[in-house]
Design a protein around this ligand. Structure first.
Ligand code: ZN
Ligand code: FE
Length: 239
């Protein structure tokens, strides 16, 4: 499975996912159609599917134009209003790209119907705006308890699972993490690394489950109370 980041807006990543054997290509969370269609065209990867993790326009805004241009099949969370959706996904459902199989899990918190797509065999997960490298999504619809549980599910995956999140927020998250847990050497080290990468204009995702267990203060929170305090503190920390 080949995965390519298509940057959009100020900090979104729209992920192109290509299966060589079948020639199928999916796009995860196409907030905008034009850059996705251009990149797919450049690579000679005709789009066959759209997968949405949640309803926010920066994740679904390109759905209809992509469907119009390619007749791609659109799959998204059952509990949310997804433009052009053909297949409603809920916990325990599967998605397919050629012979590859992804599992749907529900990870409420950022939005109530938010889902993640887990490819066990490939050790790849698309996590939308639930878990970010060294951070987590804002709580627009769900409760802190829901988000804490959703994060714990994601970091319960095997350590070498690569987590593809939908935004480049890592530097801001790393600064907050260093502030919240100043004695954590792994966090300090990763902050320096992320600073270096961003100065060179490089992207900092995907991350891995193992890295997040070490350096994500929201994941490392020992209970929901600590998680809630951290999330509130991050909301007012700025970037
Ligand atoms: Zn969102
Ligand atoms: Fe988003």
């Amino acid at each position: 499975m080949e995965i390519v980041a298509v940057p959009a807006f100020s900090d979104n990543y729209l992920w192109l996912v290509h299966d060589e054997a079948s020639g199928e290509t999916a796009v995860v969370d196409p907030g905008d159609a034009a850059p996705v269609l251009a990149e797919a065209d450049k690579r000679g990867w005709p789009l066959t599917q759209v997968w949405n993790t949640h309803w926010h326009p920066d994740h679904t805004g390109g759905n209809l134009a992509i469907k119009e241009a390619t007749s791609a099949l659109i799959s998204g969370p059952a509990g949310e209003n997804i433009p052009g959706r053909d297949v409603a996904l809920k916990e325990g459902d599967s998605i397919h790209l050629g012979d590859r199989v992804g599992q749907v899990i529900e990870v409420p918190g950022h939005t109530l119907g938010h889902i993640a797509l887990i490819f066990d065999e490939e050790r790849i997960a698309f996590v939308g705006d639930t878990l970010f490298a060294m951070g987590c999504g804002r709580l627009f619809e769900g409760t802190p308890e829901q988000m804490y549980r959703s994060l714990q599910r994601l970091v319960g995956l095997p350590g070498d699972t690569r987590l593809y999140c939908a935004h480049e927020y890592t530097l801001s998250n790393a600064r907050f993490a260093a502030h919240a847990d100043p004695r954590n050497a792994a966090i300090a080290e990763r902050l320096a690394e992320v600073q270096r990468l961003r100065e060179q204009g490089k992207i900092t995702v995907p991350t891995t489950v193992a890295q997040e267990r070490e350096t994500n203060v929201f994941v490392r929170a020992t209970d929901e109370g600590e998680f809630t305090r951290l999330r509130k503190a991050k909301d007012s920390f700025g970037s």
